[in-house]
Write a protein that binds this ligand. Sequence first.
Ligand SMILES: Nc1ncnc2c1ncn2[C@@H]1O[C@H](COP(=O)(O)OP(=O)(O)O)[C@@H](O)[C@H]1O
Ligand SMILES: [Mg+2]
Length: 1013
Amino acid sequence: MTAMITDSSPGVRGRTTPREPSPGGEVMRGREPEQKLVGDLLRRAQRGAGGVLLVDGEPGIGKSLLLRDATDEAAEQGFSLAAGAADQLGQAIPFFALRAALRGPFAGLPGDDPGRELPGAAAWWLTQIRTHLQQRAAAGPVLVCLDDLHWASPATLAALRVLRSDLKRHPVAWLLARSSTPHRATDYLFGLLEKDGAARLTLAPLDTDAVAAMLTDAFGTPPGQALADLAAGAAGNASLVAELIGGLRDDHAVQVTGGRAVLTSARLPRRIHRLAQQRLDGLSQRTRHLLVTAAVLGPAFRLEDVAEMLRETPATLLPAVQEAMDAAIMTAAEHAFTFRHQLLRRAVGEMIPRPGRNALHRQYGEILLARGRSAPRAASHLLQAAHPGDPASLAGLDTAAAQTLRSAPQTAADLALRALELTDAADPDALSRAVAAAEALTAAGRLDQAAAIAGDLLAKPLPPVAEDRLRCALASVLCAGGRVREAADQAQLVLARPQLPGDLRDQVLTAHLQALAGLRDDLAGQVADTILAAPDQHDSHAMAAALIARAVLAWDGGRISDGLDLLRDAARHGTGSSADARQVQPLLALAAALVDLRQLGEAGDILRAADNPALESIPAQAALSLLRARIHLAAGRLAEAAADGRVAVASAQALSAHGYAATAHAVLAMIELRRGNLAAAAQHLTSRPAAGPQFADLYARAETILAEAQITEARDGPAAALGHLRQLCADLEDRPGLLAGDPALAPWLARAALAAGEAGLAASAVRAAQALADAHPGFPALAAAAAHSRGLATRDPALLAQAATRHPDPWARASAAEDLGVLHGRLGDRDQVIGHLKDSLGGYRQVGADRDQARVRRRLRQLGIRRRHWATAAARPVTGWDSLTGTEQAVAGLVAEGLNNNQVAARMYISTHTVAHHLRQAFRKLSIASRYELTRIVIEQAADGPAQLALLVADGSGWFRSRAITADYHPKDLLHAVANLSLPAADEGVDYSQRMVALLIDGLRYGADLQRS
Ligand SMILES: Nc1ncnc2c1ncn2[C@@H]1O[C@H](COP(=O)(O)OP(=O)(O)O)[C@@H](O)[C@H]1O
Ligand SMILES: [Mg+2]
């Protein structure tokens, strides 16, 4: 039987407050449930029934203290006590532990009969002890409490078994304790007693509260964080905590300040070192060697790693591992071994003299590095190994920094910087280390530090190679920092050199392209073409940069599809998100284009794919948040949009990536405008830390212009707003791509121009929008923008009506409805006016556009329409899944299952024509343009309800199968994930389902399916 600590029948209350400090000054903390079990044992004896409680646990966990506490309690209750302990030497003396416990007649050696100390006298002893206990039990309850039974002789153990059984009917309580280190005879006895009904209690480590209470007892006030953390290294082992407390006291390493006990030294107390030494002294030479080596590797270590360090194999190390585990020093986790107590690990590691430890750190760092995967971990070891004036360890840092530069630039920067710090200024390697540090810091997005080093060095004459590398780094820093022109100049200086090493050439070309793309400089096209013409001479990052630069130019020139194709190409070239701040981010660039076109579903998927730890702490992280903000804005979720926008600004500011911060501010300005908060919008524009065009503008093509123009319009009227845009409008015929940045931009231009009496300008905006739409029949956003702006210019209600239903952007839809209402007003059709204005009011309300709602209300009031007529308009959602009619949802479900329109028609007894109609409506309401996006939405939808539908969709859809193969996951794994959807564990529920859906969607996205089917 194993003890059930939860048993709490009424009236069987245990002691819940710790006993007053015993004479030894010990207070037992955190053992209430265990005390209750002891209480149960004593209570039974009080009632006349015997019982056994077996206690075990690792050394130092608190068994003996629990036993002392139990005997104190029993004494208070008037028990007759027999308490003792076995020990290593006592094994030679028959029944040593029992006799020590019984004292009196049994303690001394019976001098009159030396024969009784012979092994053959066992029966005699048993009889004596039994009789003695029976006599005592006749007078009242007895507690026999024996500690450390792992040391007891087999004879004692055998006697215990017999006595327990003989005295079953007597009020004798047995409390027997042993250490859980393996010991066959004791294991056997405990097993037998347990089978016979004994309760068993394995003492668990003390919890954090109990440890904190021990510290508070010791220092008179609660521990500060560092002290609590240090004590956590004892892993709840009471004797280690006690030892730590004693050691800290000895070393005067704790002070009470501000009501907390705080550490005043970072060193481990000497007592802990001594303790570790004692623990190791009991072990074999091989096991000690294993442990000291493993202690250097880290909190957890793989046996393979230690084996490699020791030039052994895991198999040959097994006996040593077993010994360390038996000694309760090491334990096995699922994939690794750990030291049971990190406090001991530290002490064991520190047993090796410093130079030796450094050598081990270096050895392990190199092993990890050679594996190529655990760069940051390798770096932490190499950093510990490095010290000034040791060329070998510094060279190790150089190599590690170079190796990790691309994959883990943050690590590379730490390594390179440390190498530089440890290098004497007069050292011949100082310059190359400074250059490497500047490069690594640039890659890590630590722009200020990089700029400082590069600036210092470039102030002096330098060898050409060093100068080129520094200028190249500087070009990247300047570009992210919002100084695009200067960035381009630096890059050009480097490119003017006749012979550049290949990697540097790619790097500087990448920086140059980004600067030129930011400047919208046509030179970008030539540079990009040279790269694209020789793909085998450039790395994938330079290729991606060239494709993006080309895409920017194509887009500007109104070749939207080409631009999109180039971006998809770039995304295919890249390897997801790059951790290197110097490189372009094709996934983000592609997502931005899709947001422009309001293909928000796919854009969101790409962002999820791009949201990778790689982006942390580099400027692209700000771009990611900025794009999230734009998606929320486009969908009318203004609070979420503002939150993400603020995150974008904050992360850009933290890195001094002013170019990105400027763009993020523009997006925030648009959000505030939408909310009707003009002052806040204007504030965002004035607080932009960098002026002029930016590379990061790529991520929010229209926002910068639109925000500025709309704020001016709101304050000074349309003519003033157009004043800012004159140059831009003059270029529109050549560069109509700007209009594709936002479906509301062309209509806004047309409306403002008409209001300002500039019919020519309105006409040119309309022409440009129409040309874009005509050239790109597959893009609903462009078609709606053209219809909308042309409808305004030609006062054509049919065109405006088209825009009011076809805009994929809900705000733009509401805006078209408003324009339509206004137009009908001019035409004198009051009923039409009211209907459309109410529609637009509902649409604006849906997306939280307060200022726009206010304007429409005013229009309605001017028409004499009372509030109650429009207050309740558009209660039903106009976008999202819930806005779909039942039939539309049914069609969507079947399409997601992989059926074509004919098959859907047959299933639903309707015409193919009608299916197509419903599908178009669904696409419009969901702001999507493909069956792929529809499938995704259907699956997400299903995750909220019974997940069977998701399973059905995933299983039945041939489309899904073919796509999953191209993605990172095998379709089987995905199906498995989806199958689990139908059986979420009770406590995981929807959350779990959603994670599974996320996994599924992961599988659906990036791979070869970038080309939309
Ligand atoms: N619950 C506890 N609260 C406070 N101190 C404890 C607690 N348990 C044990 N200790 C202290 O830890 C040390 C080791 O405990 P001990 O009972 O000797 O362990 P074990 O017998 O399991 O080896 C002793 O100094 C003891 O006073
Ligand atoms: Mg003990």
